[in-house]
Design a protein around this ligand. Structure first.
Ligand code: ADP
Ligand code: MG
Ligand code: ZN
Length: 478
């Protein structure tokens, strides 16, 4: 924290939606197709072609709004934002300006040391993306309009964040929410979740906001943090040297770790916004909003609390398990089959995540289904196998897809609970280790784990460890 200046940050996030088709035409939004293969008169901006709004985009916007505590406008308007750029064939972008679909929302974010903090969400509006310029050989450029008209939500925050850490915390939470809702794939590198950061500084205690600069081209959380921190230092230097921060757009260069001025910042009136006469005003009924609200999944913040409060999981486990929806679904399915959340959590966090990582697999492709895993846990519970053997069973199920009972049967892994059989092994272990026995009897009680280990080894892990322990104690103190 700087001793003289307070940092003020507001974020604009572009969320690319995962709808199958574009926002105003039926062209596919699939990534990585041959250039200009997903185009039609509407997204090419041919004169006279008329846009038709994609209903799914509205539904996704309502979802995002409800999940961030926004009010959903019963009536909203599409507007033309006019500017020239070769990737924008119509010469204007269809967006929303005066009456966006969502307003007045908020999110509670986690902050370092200060607990939860509420960040206001000014608005969420729908808009179309532009195309992409391809700079071929330094002498010519071409334009690919596959991305033109791809649906975006723009989520604009209030200038409520006071450090780069708070900005990242906000972004990670927003990212988690849109991925949870299933409306965005969340891929930062491919540009599915893009952020512009507005940064200013002001002397502590001053009420008015300082002049901001807007940072663009931030395609990872790490770069966003770096860019904000660089910008804060730069502004402090400017002011300390008697200068004034100018309102401008700056481009962050991650290789150099610096940002450069791109253009002086345009004002809204430069865009000559006006309502798009080709699109009807959008009316969203109470009933539609209610249906969307009822269809929302349980969101991560709520899940984390439920895992802690009603399942008794520690914070860390709750956060890991709730972080991604497929993992949370796996865990909850497991608990449905085997109602001991704590033990389920240990297995998912340990064996399941470990094996997935080793095999570079996603949880949805996990060969050990929640049901199969529950089958293992039940056999630990009824003492058929020990925890250690259970891990072997897990590996075998991973390979073969068989059930725990099949694996235990075929491999003869049933725990030995026959007291005579364990006693015989205990006797062997005692006979084979005269000096540890002497040391134990002279008071070195720590050696008990050594003896239990030897019994487990001799029984190939199948002796019931509790029984082995008791028998050893009895015999060694005799
Ligand atoms: P635009 O950047 O398109 O002109 P706005 O004027 O609505 O749009 O502001 C965009 C973002 O800039 C918002 O997230 C807002 O919180 C943030 N912002 C506005 N003024 C400041 C400021 N002085 N310092 C930091 N952030 C600011
Ligand atoms: Mg902006
Ligand atoms: Zn099209």
């Amino acid at each position: 924290m700087n001793s003289r200046y307070e940092v003020v940050i507001g974020l604009e996030v572009h969320v690319q939606l995962t709808t199958k088709t574009k926002i105003f035409c039926g062209c596919s939004t699939e990534f990585g197709q041959p250039t200009n293969s997903q185009t039609c008169p509407v997204c090419l901006g041919l004169p006279g072609a008329l846009p038709v709004l994609n209903r799914q985009v509205v539904e996704d916007a309502i979802k995002a709004g409800l999940a961030t505590n926004c009010q959903i406008a019963p009536h909203s308007i599409f507007a033309r934002k006019n500017y020239f750029y070769p990737d924008l064939p119509k010469g204007y972008q269809i967006s929303q300006f005066e009456l966006p679909i969502c307003e007045h929302g908020w999110m509670d974010i986690e902050t370092e040391g200060l607990g939860k903090k509420r960040v206001g969400i000014t608005r969420i509006h729908m808009e179309e993306d532009a195309g992409k310029l391809l700079h071929n050989d330094g002498n010519s450029s071409a334009v690919d309009l596959n991305r033109a008209c791809t649906p975006l939500l723009e989520v604009v925050s209030e200038p409520d964040m006071r450090s780069s850490d708070e900005a990242i915390s906000y972004l990670k939470q927003l990212h988690q929410i849109v991925v949870y809702l299933g409306i965005c794939d969340g891929n930062l590198e491919e540009g599915s979740f893009r952020c512009d950061a507005n940064v200013s500084i002001r002397p502590w205690g001053q009420k008015e906001l300082g002049t901001r600069s807007e940072l663009k081209n931030l395609n990872s959380f790490r770069f966003i943090k770096q860019a904000i921190e660089y910008e804060v230092e730069r502004q402090i230097d400017v002011v300390d040297e008697g200068g004034q921060v100018v309102q401008e757009t700056r481009l962050f260069d991650p290789d150099a770790g610096v940002s450069r001025s791109m253009r002086s910042k345009e004002e809204a009136h430069d865009y000559r916004y006006f309502p798009d006469p080709d699109l009807l005003p959008l009316d969203v009924s109470e009933d539609w909003i209610k249906r969307v609200r009822d269809s929302l999944p349980e969101l991560p913040q709520v899940k984390i609390l439920r895992y802690q409060n009603s399942m008794g999981l520690p914070t860390y486990a709750a956060e890991v398990l709730a972080a991604e929806r497929p993992l949370a679904e796996y865990f909850e399915a497991l608990v449905n089959h085997y109602d001991k959340p704590k033990l389920c959590s240990n297995w998912v966090m340990g064996e399941v995540l470990g094996a997935l990582k080793d095999n570079q697999m996603e949880v949805v492709d996990c060969p050990v289904s929640p049901e199969l895993l529950a089958g293992i846990l039940l056999r630990i519970d009824d003492n058929t196998i020990s925890g250690k053997i259970a891990k072997m069973v897990f590996e075998e199920i991973w390979r073969s897809g068989k059930t725990a009972d099949q694996v235990i049967e075929e491999k003869g892994l049933k725990q030995v609970t026959d007291i005579g059989a364990i006693e015989a092994i205990v006797d062997e272990v005692i006979a084979a280790n005269p000096s540890p026995v002497a040391e134990y009897q002279a008071g070195k009680e720590k050696l008990m784990s050594f003896f239990v280990g030897q019994v487990m080894k001799a029984s190939k892990g199948k002796a019931n460890p509790g029984m082995a322990n008791q028998l050893l104690k009895k015999k060694l103190s005799a």
